[in-house]
Design a protein around this ligand. Sequence first.
Ligand code: ZN
Length: 107
Amino acid sequence: MTKFDLIKNIDEYEIIAKSPYGAYILSKTGKKPHYVGRSDNNLKVRILQSAKERKCSYFWAKETSSPMQAYKLECKYYHKYEEIVVNEIHPDVPDGTFWLCPVEGCE
Ligand SMILES: [Zn+2]
């Protein structure tokens, strides 16, 4: 994973405004993941809100070109960091969709 960026520098984060969809990881220290999330409508706004709620100062994000890709990416990060992040439940699909988690061995 690339280095975490400070939330206050989010406007300088190149990829952030181009696509509304994507997955992100928040961190309190900038060293290890704290929370995994995704956006289906506004990646930047979602990261800022989520960081405020979780009291995180650092983020890392990756844009996707569709909500389904955002979901699948979120699942991958969730499973990769499952042991250390505070997420209590597996990423949920948006209402009306039946996408499946791409991670092998996931129920
Ligand atoms: Zn899964």
